[in-house]
Design a protein around this ligand. Structure first.
Ligand code: WQD
Length: 346
């Protein structure tokens, strides 16, 4: 899809952490965007910040829609002409998915089925889907995951992502002229460099980086390091962290690729280099200028030693490589956190 198209790009989940940064990158690159979001956190503020940052003269259209309600979703497609969809709406906490699997299957799978149904109905044939590295089977030697690495999910959340990939692939095979790109994200983190946009957890964060930044501003007492006996260079979990704005740029690269009509494709989106939890503590301590307090705790169930991305295919085919450093990630996160101690303030 080119930015010059007069039609719109629909971004589902466009007020969320990944969604809002992706919307910013899209409008900055000249795309006309409509956001569909269930607004579970009731917060339109990210869109106002985007409009300011991108000097938009008009507001970004926001449709308060739950994808599990097909009729209201159909109304959005009646109202706007879409060239493509960037599908980010989902619930995404691994631990919660184990406790509430039906919530995850209903939100993530039924919601995607409804979206695909309405896309077929209105002849919208292009989709970029936010998948996750969690679809891969843990590799005992911690080898970087390639797109053809063995799949194997250990949580209902991961299974919803894998089901949605397969469903989309089946639709591409059944329909004429569909193009779909699966982006398997590794660990998104950081914030926009302006300090006016960032992650806005509604409760105590599950993920390392938002939790650590709340410790750094004194909102939380200390970080609990989940496990120090992993098979990694310092015993703590190793992950592939990618700056949220790099991830946003990857979505635009994928959107452009859709117009080359390659049908169904999968790309890993990560940096290719990994950091352990202790290394992330050092990096965040350097960014905020104080030692982040932590305790060494037992492992979190389901955590694996290493999740590392092989970014070769995205570089060769999408022309995408990360461009922001770990230091930038931590500095941008700290700027957001200090300027917005209560997130978007709702
Ligand atoms: C990172 C590392 C933890 C919190 C998850 C989802 C994945 C994707 C990204 C959606 C691990 C350790 C964490 C804490 C800690 N989300 N940690 N103390 O688990 O790699 O991936 O988020 O697509 O699907 O599974 O990310 O940030 O939770 O953990 O020690 O308070 O930090 O053990 O080694 P994870 P994370």
């Amino acid at each position: 899809m080119s930015a010059s198209d007069s039609s719109y790009v629909l971004v589902t989940g466009g007020t969320g952490f990944i969604g809002s940064h992706t919307v910013l990158e899209l409008v900055t690159q000249g795309y006309n965007v409509v956001v569909a979001d269930n607004m579970y956190n009731g917060c339109e503020e990210p869109l106002r910040r985007i409009e300011k940052l991108a000097n938009l003269k008009d507001r970004i259209p926001l449709c308060k829609v739950d994808l599990t309600d097909k009729s209201s979703l159909r109304e959005v497609f009646r109202q706007y002409s879409f060239s493509s969809v960037v599908h980010l709406a989902a619930v995404k906490a691994v631990g919660e998915s184990v406790r509430k699997p039906l919530v995850y299957y209903r939100n993530n799978v039924t919601g995607t089925l409804n979206l695909l149904d309405v896309m077929v109905e209105f002849g919208v044939k292009n989709i970029v889907f936010s998948s996750s590295a969690t679809v891969y089977k843990a590799d005992p030697e911690g080898k970087p995951f390639r797109e053809d690495s063995e799949l194997g999910c250990t949580s209902p959340y991961g299974r919803t992502k894998l089901f949605m990939e397969s469903i989309i692939q089946d639709v591409v095979n059944a329909e004429q002229g569909w193009n779909a790109i699966m982006l398997r994200f590794f660990n998104p983190a950081g914030a926009h460099e302006s300090g006016t946009m960032g992650e806005n957890p509604m409760q105590i964060p599950n993920n390392l980086m938002p939790y650590m930044s709340q410790v750094a501003i004194g909102k939380l007492e200390k970080l609990h390091v989940f496990g120090t006996d992993f098979n990694t260079r310092d015993g703590t979990g190793l992950r592939d962290y990618i700056h949220i704005m790099d991830l946003a740029e990857a979505h635009v690269a994928a959107l452009k690729r859709l117009s080359a009509n390659h049908g169904y494709e999968v790309f890993n989106i990560g940096s290719g280099s990994g950091q352990t939890v202790l290394e992330m503590i050092d990096a965040m301590s350097a960014a905020c200028g104080k030692k982040i307090p932590y305790s060494e705790d037992p492992r979190r169930s389901g955590d694996i030693d290493t999740i590392l991305c092989d970014p070769t295919k995205a570089a060769e085919v999408l022309g995408f490589k990360v461009s922001r450093s770990l230091e930038q990630m931590c500095a941008d996160l700290w700027r957001w956190q200090t300027a917005n101690p209560s997130g978007y303030g709702q």
